[in-house]
Design a protein around this ligand. Structure first.
Ligand SMILES: Cc1cc2nc3c(=O)[nH]c(=O)nc-3n(C[C@H](O)[C@H](O)[C@H](O)COP(=O)(O)OP(=O)(O)OC[C@H]3O[C@@H](n4cnc5c(N)ncnc54)[C@H](O)[C@@H]3O)c2cc1C
Length: 475
């Protein structure tokens, strides 16, 4: 791996890849395996993007970025196994907690505590969403039979018409805010349906055993990214912030402060909204540029509180909590495999995250600790360390967990998510509708972008990449 500041002169490669998250690393690996030279340019001084794991001693790590994969979410786990990285189960034995304005209650199983009427109301709506999502094709959600109607509806407007009780609506809001780091009023219904297709169902996103929160990678998600990047280490440059991409004379030049990389093609594997901040010459087609203006990154801050031991386990709790009120929407047991240190991972998401961002760091920490004490009792207020990871403030991420589609985006701009623009190919967790926004989605997208580049090398016209006439002209 090279620090770009220590590199003199232009970098030349067959393919330039911008961004070393799972998507860029996967694309670079695939291209290198196919015999192409690559230059993998990463803005940060580290690799992994939204995968960020921090050592806590004894070879253990805690997760500040992405962490979970379920049974259904098999691609990232398959890739991990292929490079010798296993998974461990998230602790899920005991009771869970739910907080609201009236206090904190315990619950067991998959359904949170609420009045029977509210639960029945929510359950019926969840079943209806399950039926609807089966009508949404994974590769092209914008081609669903009711795509336009569902895409012009927000998740909240649908909820208000289909969930009658305040308790049922509150549960729906909680599920979306915790799972998508956005308010249901911001998100297209079609997007929610497509997203839950990628996770194996609407309920799976909030479920540990049998859901998408079931497993973590041993050594951390970033450990997996670093392992994958090993095969392209010699062709990787850190500190390389790409500001400009120029297509001319059968080449592409990606440049930033003090460096330039030249290749026959470029794969841009940065989050779509950030791809829109790069300057392009010639300018991007209007459709693609407008897409980058509309796809929106969620708002999430992660707080990890570290204790000598996971005291909640001895009290018969799983460590999972959800809360309708206060700053924290969800908490999970974040302990490494051996259970030491004890870690509670609190997710501050959606509108609550935005409110928190107006506070000072000290006030944010105090607010989160107060909520943990309300949920888990006095000992939760006595951590030996608190780690705040504010992804909204990260200049090379700018939000998380992933982007979401507001109403109208899929049906008006969907195909532009992955449509190449001349010699520019797009990768990233948000450029594939399949397993959108996840580690697996990022890996899918890197594979797809590499396959596009290789197909072009073999003389494939854009038609062979599955593009329609308007897309071939870059519109
Ligand atoms: C808190 C959090 C929790 C999450 N939880 C989960 C989970 O449990 N399971 C799951 O599957 N997914 C989860 N995700 C989502 C998952 O992390 C992402 O979908 C996936 O890692 C995205 O990979 P990527 O390669 O598409 O993008 P990124 O990881 O964002 O990588 C993009 C890379 O591009 C670099 N870059 C940006 N701009 C430039 C530039 N101008 N020049 C050069 N480089 C640039 C960035 O530094 C970054 O390294 C979570 C994400 C977060 C943040």
């Amino acid at each position: 791996m090279h620090d770009i500041e220590e590199h003199a002169g232009p970098i030349e490669a067959d393919v330039v890849v911008v961004g070393a998250g799972f998507a860029g690393i996967t694309a670079a690996r695939r291209l290198a395996e196919a015999g192409r030279t690559v230059a993998l340019l990463e803005a940060r001084s580290r690799l992994g993007g939204r995968a960020l794991s921090r050592p806590v001693g004894d070879g253990q790590v805690v997760e500040l970025g992405c962490e979970f994969h379920g049974q259904h979410d098999s691609v990232s786990a398959q890739v991990a196994r292929s490079v010798g990285i296993g998974s461990h189960k998230v602790h899920d034995t005991g009771l869970k907690l739910i907080g609201d304005a009236d206090g904190v209650r315990r619950w067991r199983g998959a359904i949170p505590k609420a009045s029977p009427v509210a639960l029945a109301d929510f359950g019926q709506a969840a079943l209806r969403l399950e039926r609807m999502r089966r009508e949404v094709p994974q590769e092209a959600p914008w081609e669903a039979p009711h795509a336009r109607r569902w895409d012009y509806e927000t998740m909240w407007s649908w909820t208000r018409r289909n969930v009658r009780t305040p308790g049922g609506r509150a549960l729906m809001r909680l599920v979306i805010e915790a799972g998508m780091a956005a308010s249901p009023a911001e998100v297209s219904l079609l997007h929610v349906l497509n997203y839950s297709n990628g996770t194996g169902g609407f309920r799976a996103t909030t479920t540990v055993t049998g859901g998408t929160l079931e497993n973590r990678f041993v050594g951390g998600a970033q450990g997996l990214a670093l392992r994958l990047a090993e095969t392209v280490a010699d062709q990787t440059y850190t500190g390389a912030v790409v500001r400009r991409i120029v297509q001319a004379d059968g080449h592409v030049r990606a440049s930033g402060p003090g460096f330039e990389a030249v290749g026959r093609r470029v794969v841009v594997a940065v989050p779509v909204p950030l791809a829109g901040r790069i300057e392009y010459d010639p300018a991007l087609p209007g459709h693609r540029d407008q897409l980058t203006q509309r796809l929106t990154l969620g708002s999430a801050i992660k707080f990890l509180t570290l204790y000598d031991e996971p005291f909640w386990r001895a009290e018969g709790l799983t460590g999972m909590a959800i809360s309708h009120t206060g700053p924290v929407r969800a908490v999970l047991d974040g302990c490494p495999p051996g259970g030491t240190p004890g870690v509670l991972t609190a997710f501050v998401t959606g509108p609550a995250a935005r409110r928190m961002l107006r506070l000072s760091g000290a006030d944010r920490r105090a607010a989160v600790l107060a909520e943990l004490v309300r949920l888990f009792g006095r000992r939760a207020g006595e951590p030996f360390d608190v780690i705040e990871q504010n992804w909204v403030a990260e200049p090379f991420t700018r939000g998380c967990y992933h982007a979401y589609a507001p109403p109208g985006l899929y049906t008006e701009f969907g195909p532009a998510l992955k449509r190449p623009v001349g010699r520019i190919h797009w990768a990233g967790a948000e450029t594939v509708p399949v397993e959108f926004g996840s580690m697996s989605g990022a890996i899918h997208s890197g594979r797809r972008a590499a396959a596009e580049v290789l197909a072009c090398d073999e003389g494939a016209a854009p038609a062979d990449l599955g593009l329609g006439p308007a897309e071939r002209q870059g519109r």
